[in-house]
Design a protein around this ligand. Structure first.
Ligand code: 13P
Ligand code: SF4
Length: 390
């Protein structure tokens, strides 16, 4: 028999616990992650998954584990049976990141993994443009996204038609597009970049074309941050990441006065004044590596919320202050819809062949640009530089 549970403060009924073999499992009856709560935690599931629990012990209370374990087991079994891999972005929630992700990393790292895998199916635990990038690189594999609604404010800020018009207005200037764009936009550009390699790509394409001007689309802040670190003149677009654009320089000053000695890390999609106030700026993977290598006493990551959870899990000795902004698109991916997508093979991502071939060239040319990750960081003291926004 289960026990009734109510919220201790409001008195509101929460649910009835289910009993499991070794005591009471305080999981309310109903559905958790799309599966009947507490069902399916069989001896087989328990022995296949219990060793995974310590990876998420800081995030999932032990009494909730029987609700997660069957889903994790089902996903991992389907992956094996269907020869599938899950490419998980650093912004995935800790359950996805730690329990079912086969490869984890930033946009560049995941794109490179896509080129290497011999899996038949790729499940992109990230947003739609990332799944498109995988499909662009791996036409022979089936690529799926657990939610078709996992978009991106940057990707939706510009269309292929916009790129065509920009080209007409600025002939002879290379177009560099951030990977956070649709396949159409990538197809219309000369080369792609990510937050890890943006500066190296800009300098590479300008040297190749023998010009000193570049069109960098669509993230205005990334373009402004890159412009400060290169002799190249930058023309950009007015796209913004709705997550990083919300941080302000005043936020950082307030956080520093509330947390003396804290180290502040930012993503280059943040406004330039935020980069100026931060101690270190780099891609999500660069931030994660910084924490691992430097083990700061106390740190703030100015980026998406799950990133701090994931980096904290890997660095138990570091104290994390967690001001963060949620990316509603990344958060559309759940264990439940990963399971459905793998099981039912729904939400396949397709790219028309002519677009794919052109986009592939832009992405592969980017992957071929060699750069020193140490020099890919953004200096907070870099001098101001004018950027034209179109
Ligand atoms: P990176 O992981 O490449 O730094 O990109 C961050 C991001 O916002 C992806 O949506
Ligand atoms: Fe797009 Fe920003 Fe979300 Fe990344 S964090 S998917 S850039 S909206």
């Amino acid at each position: 028999m289960g026990r009734e549970f109510s919220n201790w403060e409001s008195g509101r009924w929460i649910g009835r616990t289910l009993e499991v073999k070794n005591g009471v499992c305080a999981v309310p009856e109903g559905h958790i992650n799309g599966m009947p709560a507490g069902t399916g935690y069989t001896d087989e599931v328990k022995s296949a998954t219990d060793h995974l629990y310590e990876r998420v012990a800081d995030f999932i209370p032990e009494f909730e584990w029987p609700a997660y374990a069957p889903l994790v087991h089902a996903i991992n079994t389907l992956k094996r049976d269907k020869n599938a891999v899950i490419l998980a972005h650093n912004y995935m929630t800790p359950d996805i990141f730690n329990l079912v992700g086969d490869y984890r990393g930033d946009s560049l790292g995941l794109a490179i993994e896509a080129t290497k895998t011999d899996a038949d199916m790729i499940i992109q635990a990230g947003v739609h443009f990332m799944a498109e990038t995988s499909k662009i690189l791996c036409p022979d594999k089936r690529v799926f996204i657990p939610s078709m609604r996992a978009g991106c404010s940057l990707a939706s800020s510009i269309t292929g038609k916009d790129v065509e018009l920009i080209r007409e207005h600025y002939p002879g200037i290379p177009v560099v597009t951030y990977v956070n764009t649709s396949a159409d936009v990538k197809a219309g550009s000369d080369i792609c970049c990510t937050s890890s390699n943006a500066r190296a790509v800009v300098e590479h394409i300008c040297a190749e074309w023998d010009v000193n001007r570049v069109i960098m689309l669509p993230d205005e802040y990334l373009a402004r941050n890159v412009a400060k670190h290169t002799h190249v003149e930058v023309i950009t677009w007015h796209g913004r990441c709705e997550v990083h654009a919300r941080f302000s320089a005043q936020d950082i000053r307030d956080m520093r006065s509330a947390n003396p000695g804290v180290v502040v890390l930012a993503h280059p999609e943040c406004p330039p004044e935020v980069v100026e106030e931060s101690d270190f700026t780099g891609s999500t993977q660069a931030m994660s590596d910084y924490v691992k290598d430097n083990q700061p006493g106390k740190v703030i990551l100015l980026t998406e919320c799950s990133m701090s959870d994931n980096v904290a899990g890997m660095n138990p000795g570091v104290d994390f202050v967690r001001p963060c902004n949620l990316c509603p698109h990344m958060k559309r991916i759940t264990l439940g819809n990963i399971h459905e997508c793998l099981r039912d093979e729904t939400n396949e991502v397709l790219v028309d062949e002519a677009t794919r071939v052109k986009a592939r060239k832009a992405v592969m040319d980017m992957i071929d640009v060699k750069f020193d990750p140490e020099k890919a960081h953004f200096d907070p003291d870099a001098p101001e530089k004018d950027v034209k926004v179109i």
